[in-house]
Design a protein around this ligand. Sequence first.
Ligand SMILES: O=C(O)CCC(=O)C(=O)O
Length: 322
Amino acid sequence: MSLNRSKSCDKKIKTIELKLLKIVNKIESLKLNNNYISRLDVQTNKKRFHFKFLEGKSKLFLWVSSIIILSALLGFWWFQLDTIKGCLLEIPSSSKALFRPPEDCSMCMGVDDVVRLANITDREFEEQYAYGTVPVIVTDATMDWKAIDHFNFDFFANFYRSNKMGRRINDCFYFAYKSGLNSLNEVFNMDQRRANLSGEPWYVGWSTCYDEETRKLREYYKRPYFLPRTSESDMVDWIFMGGPGQGAHMHVDSVRHMSWQAQVRGRKRWQLAPPPECLYRCRALAFTVLPGEILVVDTNRWYHMTSVLPGDISITIGAEYD
Ligand SMILES: O=C(O)CCC(=O)C(=O)O
């Protein structure tokens, strides 16, 4: 048995020798130099991975792409660092709610309804409500405001179409909601039927942001008498305007301070919801703000949505106070 095996081995070796000899003869006939032969790949049964792409132009391509990828990674890392250090980029306010710290539910526990009051001193208001989380409606703070008689769609259309304001019409904060009106320019150029609330419904909001604009509008309303004497307001006011059935979707704000909002015309329904982490410990609230009333609510902490009630156009004016 072992004799047979060694015979068959000898035979195989002989065949291999013959094959090798043939190869050597072939190489010699090709007149290849030794240097070239020594660089030939050794064949094995396993497939070898050839780093062909590391040669010539491909090598250059690899280097360039590595440098680009590395620079992109370094750039991203630097950007992150700088954002953390210096707030290079503000997170859009719409996404800020996702990153807000969890609320202490004592802000809403036991708050069952809005508080309606009148004839309150600034000191009482400051002590009890100005910086608290109980929503308050003050019913007697707009009695001597010219806005109550003057503010309507045409007033704002004339105000913003006038040469002075017209040039700056698209520069400031503007919320289109579902109106499809993409700028104040579009709002004040909509057809008369729609403006009169007989066409497609609409609701929009915007802020003033030019001192001259704010100053001119403030000729029609005053700083609410009940605000703490030491509190200040920026030269930015907010206006929301639109027809029945329309309003702002449920959201929470990320503004700097507390704010008030005066219902100059129309009636608006507010729905407040506690922050999601307090849903089982606090109640949702709903109330209506009537013409001439001023609502004070911490919109940074209460989620809120609004809906204009049937009847007149709703126009509100408001501002933050510190
Ligand atoms: O008055 C409205 O309809 C919306 C107000 C609002 O969402 C806000 O002040 O954050």
